[in-house]
Design a protein around this ligand. Structure first.
Ligand code: HEM
Length: 404
């Protein structure tokens, strides 16, 4: 069967394509080893039912609580040894911070809290990420699949089953009236184990769903953090007044991170397949064997929407009414990222109080890096990732502390 690829670009056409109910997800077909039947690849009623169930975890009040109460401690504990050593690789540090974040949301316990346990989970999550983005991998794909299968087995034994067993026991105590509902863990695994909506979810799919959450959140957040650090550092060096403002005005700093998110969508493209013969928003006809490629990276640089300098970082750009500063980076429509407000925070309203505003994990993480004097290590320049066609950083060595 020959597959014809039809590319949709331009902001408006891309937006409408992502909102089109006749187009189903297809980017992860190749990564089925980890992505088969997880939320992101479901369509129609099945997707709606699973999303509604899991949405219980992704509420703004919980994000606010997480950002203000839990994240600062996780962040400083994870950063401390690197700050003391005076250096880190931002990609590695990013994964360590964000892996804890997504493990909390997914519902994976790390009872030992030891360095070895973190390393073990991190290696598994890296393997899941590689499996999920297999379509863009430049490695031998069968080899990657084998590694992912082995990683899933290790994950089941060391992390997933113990986390599930603990939650089942807590749910039993709750059913018996021995534990108030408020004391149950607030995470996806608990919601799935409780499954009040009675959605059919075989054991292997449930485990892949949790593995998907672990990698979806950590991979994209770690990459977004490295891009944002690079963009804010580069802009700040060329514009000292803005560097000073980023340090004193967290709302402006958040705006700068949103500008970086626009320039670097986690996946440069979204893929969709028509569920029946149809017409794309571009006017092109599309059939069920066609692949529709929504070019998010170019949509986010559409000059008609973002201005003549859309290609470059400019946190002072004026946006048209209704266009979010991050463009399509978190997707739109039924698959809109569930972690959007957690990672990017909320857009400040005019009457917003900077002390209680929800800034998002990526702006907070980048702010903490700058507060510790982080800067690129001149002796070890950052390198692009070479295991994927995605334009990410492979390593980004940084130094901490006052520069000499
Ligand atoms: C900067 C960080 C992030 C970016 C850029 C990002 C981007 C995206 C995008 C573009 C999609 C939609 C893909 C499509 O339509 O094909 C998506 C979906 C999703 N994201 Fe994120 N994401 C980020 C962080 C997170 C985090 C931290 C979590 C969880 C803790 C998360 C959970 C999800 C889930 C569950 C979906 C699937 C939603 C559905 O299919 O209904 N993401 N993300």
């Amino acid at each position: 069967m020959t597959v014809t690829s039809l590319t949709v670009d331009g902001y408006r056409n891309s937006l409408e394509s992502l909102r089109e109910p006749l187009l189903a997800q297809s980017l992860y077909d190749e990564g089925a080893v980890i992505m088969a039947d997880v939320l992101l690849v479901l369509h129609g009623a099945e997707h709606r039912a699973r999303r509604l169930l899991e949405l219980k975890v992704f509420r703004r009040d919980f994000f606010r609580y997480y950002e203000h109460e839990l994240f600062p401690a996780t962040l400083s504990q994870t950063m401390q040894p690197f700050v003391e050593a005076g250096q880190a690789d931002l990609i590695d540090l990013g994964y360590r911070v964000t892996m804890n974040l997504t493990a909390d949301f997914a519902g994976i316990d790390r009872p030992l809290r030891s360095a070895q346990e973190t390393e073990q989970l991190l290696a598994l999550v890296m393997s899941f990420s590689e499996g999920a983005t297999l379509v863009h991998s430049t490695r031998d794909k069968e080899q990657v699949r084998q590694e992912v299968r082995a990683a899933l087995k290790a994950f089941e034994r060391s992390f997933y089953q113990p986390s599930l067993t603990r939650r089942r026991a807590l749910l039993e105590r709750w059913r018996q009236g021995e534990l108030p509902e408020a004391d149950l863990p607030r995470d996806v695994l608990t919601v799935l184990a409780q499954n009040e909506d009675r959605i059919e979810l075989p054991a292997d799919i449930m485990m892949r769903e949790i593995a998907f959450y672990l990698q979806a959140g950590s991979h994209s957040t770690a990459n977004a953090t490295a891009h944002a650090f690079h963009d804010l550092f580069t802009w700040g060096r060329a514009h000292p007044q803005d560097a000073a403002r980023m340090a004193s005005d967290p709302l402006f700093q958040q705006r700068c991170v949103h500008e970086s998110l626009r320039l670097h969508p986690a996946s440069p493209v979204a893929w969709r397949k028509p569920t029946c013969p149809m017409q794309l928003p571009t006017g092109q006809p599309a059939g069920v064997t066609d692949r529709v490629i929504v070019d998010l990276a170019s949509a986010n640089r559409d000059r008609a929407v973002f201005g003549a300098d859309a290609e470059v970082f400019n946190p002072h750009r004026v946006l048209p009414e209704g266009v979010p500063p991050w463009g399509l980076t978190f997707g739109v429509g039924v698959h809109t990222c569930l972690g959007r407000d957690l990672d990017g925070g909320v857009l400040p309203r005019e009457d917003c109080d900077p002390a209680s505003h929800q800034y998002g994990i990526v702006p907070l993480f980048v702010r903490a890096l700058f507060e510790h004097g982080a800067r690129p290590d001149p002796a070890r320049p950052a390198k692009p990732a070479n295991h994927t066609e995605r334009p990410n950083w492979g390593s980004y060595p940084i130094l901490f502390g006052a520069s000499e």
